[in-house]
Structures are given as structure tokens and as C-alpha cells.
Design a protein around this ligand. Structure first.
Ligand code: BES
Ligand code: MN
Ligand code: ZN
Length: 460
């Protein structure tokens, strides 16, 4: 995504004044009589999100008023200014006064300028912003560019984003930052001992694969990212009903967000050794599809009984996590669009995360809040672990009962990671169902900005 920031000196930039219900009377007084009359004629009341463009005496745009919440409001949306690119005409603007958080406001401005334009000319707004004082515009550009990579990958429909295209996208990121790249494709997955990735992906004419990217100095601590890359999830033989299948092009959202995070890390040259693993498959229906009650070995050695072919994400992540764990990373992070239960519990905007490392949990929660990239901790609740028991195998991929679905998924994955590994798991949604400021409808970058902050604090 091209930068929206105007870094050359532009004295003519149109000022945007942020107003709240309580600051509005004073600001109104300070306006010229014409502008005040214009605001009154428009019944402008500084409601959060409301925008008024004030003409000057020459009829040109002189100033913009934009409502935000008062400082003591029950909820302040720090991304509110992210709706401005969709409201303002083409031009160059600057903040005349400080919104609650100028950095997040400018970031929201950049994130709110995104439109998905692969199949028709994007109505991407041409609204540029002079970076507020003290804000690192180059950093915001890097974050927004990576976030929009994740959005583009998720928004691209499955016919143009199969396992092979996802591999090509990952390779492009690798080449851009000089990372090493490899991939294990098709039956080679069996030879290299990835039976679960193969089982899930084998029914598709679009060959399953395990994508790998490596970057950074071998002397630095190793951080490994694993992302669920289900390029379409029909549910397999336990087929999804049409309403549930509709959005399943987004089922590679974990992979997209892991790539976004990897790009942020590489672009900022953090002092870590980065490994990215993306099991990429299509969960399809065909004569050779894996079936309910099939039993498969796994890379870790545990045998897995298939309770439901629609619980496929945890299967491919299980093999990838086992591989990731073999070289003992200092930090192992996985994310994926794993359960509908996560959305039922916390809604689409607040993905749950899981870890047994208390210091890591506190850092994740703090970074998520600071970056307005919300995440909420849920427990690896050991008493539910027995729900994964199978009568014929080490464990079952889909506990019956349907209680605590996001937790039991996390517990399933935990079996494939050594207890000594510092491990973080995120069950993301990767989608904005209806547009919010700074968050256009469609594919969304979730958790990557929060985790980038965490990694830059630890390895900056
Ligand atoms: N990709 C889905 C989860 C999903 C569904 C995420 C809707 C976001 C929105 C996943 O593969 C899945 O189907 N999970 C099942 C698990 C169940 C069969 C144990 C689910 O959540 O119903
Ligand atoms: Mn599924
Ligand atoms: Zn899925």
C-alpha cells in the first residue's frame, strides 16, 4: 500500500480540528461568524464520528471539524479518525489539535484508506495526511503496508488464493526481505513425516504444502511463527452448511497475519532469528478425502482420531507445531481462524489468546491494548483436557459436547508442543463483518501489530 503521509512541507494542508461534546461550544466561539453560521445551519453537534467541512470566504475548504469522544467517555474509539479518508475529498490534511492518541489516529488514517481493488478499480481515497509532530510516519507506513498485505491475502477469493498462490505470496515476502524460502509439496509431505497436513489437503486438486521462510542472524534468539493456511474450508466430508461456508476464503487468515507480522519484523530489522511455517491446504471433498473416524499418525508420534473433518485447522497446525518445536525456539507463536466458538465467546473483534507463560500473557495484553489491536486471554483449562480422549487413538480432534470449543482446540494444540517451550496460541477471526473506523469491511489484520510491539520490545 502506498504511503498516505505527506512528508514534504505543505503549508496549505487543510487543518482537521478534533472536537468533543464538551469542547465544541468553545471551539464554535473561536470560529469566524461565517463558519459558525455554517456549522449551526448544519446542526453540527460534534457527535463522535461526525464530520463537517467548513468553507472559507472564497468557497474553498478551509477547515474540517471531526467529532471524537470526550476523555471521560465510557468508551473512546482511538481509531475514530480512521473513517476520515472515506469522508474527505481528495487533498492534503493535517491535525490542527491532538486527538486522544495522535500516533494511533494517524495509523487509523492509513488503515482506513485501504480498499480491496484486485478485481475492479479501487475507489481508494486519495487523502493525504501530514504526519503529526513526533509521530514516526515511516514506522506507520511499515505497519500499514503489512496490515494491508494480510487484508489483500484474506480478501482474495479462493479461486485465486489456493495453496500454490499462498506459497507464491509468501515467497514474494521472502524475496523482498532476503529471507530463505522453501516448501514441501504433495506426497513429499508423507516422506518428510507430515501425515496430518497431507491427510487434510489430499482431496484437493490444489496440492497441499508446508511453506517455510527463514530470516535473520543465527546468533539471535529464535522466534517461530506458525499460521493456519486453509485456503478454503468446505468442512470436508462433515460438510459445512452454505451459510457457514460462505466466508471460508478467510480460513488462511492465520497464514496472512503471520506473513504480516513477519514482514513487520523483517522490515524493522529486529534482532531475532525468524522462522515462519505455513501449512497450506484446501479442505475439500473428493473420493480420497479423509473421513470421520479415520486414524492418522502425526509428526509428534501421537495418533489422532478424526471426530470431525471440519476441525482441520488444528490438524495441520499440529504437524507444523511439532516441527517448529524440534529446534527449540525461544518463543513459538501460532495463529489461525480455528473455531467458531472463539467468535461466539468474544465476538469478531476480540480474538482470544492462550499461553501458560504469565509474563508473556501480561505483555501480550499490554501490547494489544497499547496498539488498539485487542486480544483477550483465555485459559488452557487442564480439567477439559480429558475431553480430547479417543477410544482408539491418543486423542480425538473434535470433542463431542461442543462446550468450550476454542479452549479444547487450544488444548489439542498444546499436546503437540513440549511443556518447556514458551508458546503462544491465538484463535483469530481475521475479518471485519461491517466497517468500523480504520477497519474497512472484509479481511482484517489481527494480532500482528500487537505482537510486533511485543517482539520489538523484546528484540528491538
Ligand atoms: N475455519 C473453521 C472455524 C471458523 C468458523 C472460524 C467460522 C471463523 C468463523 C474451523 O476449521 C472449523 O470448522 N471449526 C469447527 C470445529 C468443530 C468441528 C470442532 C467449528 O468451530 O465449528
Ligand atoms: Mn473447519
Ligand atoms: Zn477451518
Amino acid at each position: 500500500m502506498p504511503s498516505i503521509f505527506e512528508t514534504s512541507s505543505t503549508p496549505s494542508a487543510v487543518p482537521i480540528t478534533f472536537v468533543t461534546k464538551s469542547s465544541w461550544p468553545g471551539i464554535k466561539e473561536s470560529l469566524s461568524p461565517e463558519a459558525r453560521n455554517f456549522a449551526e445551519a448544519n446542526v453540527y453537534a460534534a457527535k463522535p464520528g461526525s464530520c463537517l467541512i467548513l468553507p472559507g470566504s472564497d468557497g474553498r475548504i478551509a477547515q474540517v471539524l471531526f467529532g471524537i469522544e470526550d476523555a471521560d467517555a465510557r468508551h473512546r474509539d482511538l481509531f475514530r479518525p480512521g473513517s476520515l479518508p472515506g469522508l474527505l475529498p481528495t487533498g492534503i490534511y493535517r491535525f490542527a489539535n491532538a486527538p486522544h492518541d495522535a500516533r494511533l489516529a494517524a495509523l487509523a488514517f492509513a488503515l482506513g484508506s485501504y480498499r480491496f481493488g484486485r478485481y475492479r478499480k479501487a475507489e481508494e481515497p486519495d487523502v493525504r495526511l501530514v504526519p503529526p509532530d513526533g509521530v514516526d510516519a515511516a514506522e506507520l507506513d511499515r505497519l500499514a503496508d503489512a496490515a494491508c498485505l494480510a487484508r489483500d491475502l484474506v480478501n482474495t477469493p479462493s479461486n485465486d488464493m489456493g495453496p500454490e498462490e499462498l506459497e507464491a505470496a509468501a515467497k514474494q515476502v521472502a524475496e523482498r526481505f532476503g529471507a530463505r524460502f522453501s516448501s514441501i509439496v504433495g506426497d513429499e509431505l508423507l516422506q518428510q513425516n507430515h501425515p496430518l497436513i497431507h491427510a487434510v489437503g489430499r482431496a484437493s486438486t490444489r496440492t497441499p504444502r508446508l511453506i517455510e521462510l527463514n530470516w535473520g542472524d543465527a546468533d539471535h534468539p529464535k522466534v517461530t511463527l506458525v499460521g493456519k493456511g486453509v485456503c478454503f474450508d468446505t468442512g470436508g466430508l462433515d460438510l459445512k452448511p452454505s451459510s457457514s461456508m460462505l466466508l471460508m476464503k478467510k480460513d488462511m487468515g492465520g497464514a496472512a497475519n503471520v506473513l504480516a507480522l513477519a514482514q513487520m519484523v523483517m522490515d524493522a530489522k529486529l534482532k531475532l532469528q525468524l522462522r515462519v511455517l505455513i501449512p497450506a491446504v484446501e479442505n475439500a471433498v473428493a473420493g480420497n478425502a479423509f473421513r470421520p473416524m479415520d486414524v492418522f499418525p502425526s509428526r509428534k508420534g501421537l495418533t489422532v482420531e478424526i471426530g470431525n473433518t471440519d476441525a482441520e485447522g488444528r490438524l495441520i497446525l499440529a504437524d507444523a507445531l511439532a516441527l517448529a518445536d524440534e529446534d527449540k525456539p525461544e518463543l513459538l507463536i501460532d495463529m489461525g481462524t480455528l473455531t467458531g466458538a472463539a467468535r461466539v465467546a468474544l465476538g469478531p473483534e476480540l480474538p482470544p489468546f492462550y499461553t501458560n507463560d504469565e509474563a508473556l500473557a501480561a505483555d501480550v495484553a499490554r501490547c494489544a491494548a497499547a496498539e488498539n489491536d485487542p486480544l483477550w486471554r483465555m485459559p488452557l483449562w487442564a480439567p477439559y483436557d480429558s475431553w480430547l480422549d479417543s477410544k482408539v487413538a491418543t486423542l480425538n480432534n473434535a470433542p463431542s459436547g461442543g462446550f468450550a470449543g476454542s479452549i479444547t482446540c487450544a488444548l489439542f494444540l498444546q499436546r503437540f508442543v513440549e511443556p518447556t517451550t514458551r508458546w503462544l496460541h491465538l484463535d483469530i477471526f481475521a475479518w471485519t463483518p461491517s466497517a468500523k473506523p480504520g477497519r474497512p469491511e472484509g479481511g482484517e489484520c489481527q494480532a500482528a501489530r500487537a505482537l510486533y510491539k511485543l517482539l520489538s520490545e523484546r528484540y528491538g
